[in-house]
Design a protein around this ligand. Structure first.
Ligand SMILES: [Zn+2]
Length: 105
């Protein structure tokens, strides 16, 4: 159970981070266009929030992923937030997703 829950959390955090990176620019442009139509001009603070807050939110999502603790060795499982989910492996003990699903819980 512990291993399965760990990999579920990894998948969820990885998915959120990936969608954030992919959809941020189209989402931001959509919000700005909507604001431009409703307010007739885009307020300056909107640019600040939509474009400068992006790195902060991205770093928080990356930090969330790299702070996940491996259930096997008890250390932070990932040193870097960008990796292929299918190749995900604990950097310390080498725990893999495929190994975890066959373990008794
Ligand atoms: Zn580990």
């Amino acid at each position: 159970m512990e291993f399965i829950e760990f990999w579920r959390r990894v998948e969820r955090a990885h998915r959120v981070q990936t969608y954030f990176l992919i959809w941020w620019l189209p989402f931001s442009m959509g919000v700005l266009l909507l604001m431009a139509e409703t307010l007739e001009r885009i307020p300056q603070w909107a640019f600040f929030v939509l474009f400068w807050a992006w790195p902060v939110v991205g770093m928080l999502l990356a930090l969330r992923l790299t702070c996940l603790v491996c259930p096997q060795c008890g250390k932070r499982a990932f040193a870097h937030p960008r990796f292929r989910l299918s190749d995900a492996v604990c950097t310390h003990c080498g725990l893999r997703r495929s190994e975890s699903s066959s373990r008794p819980s």
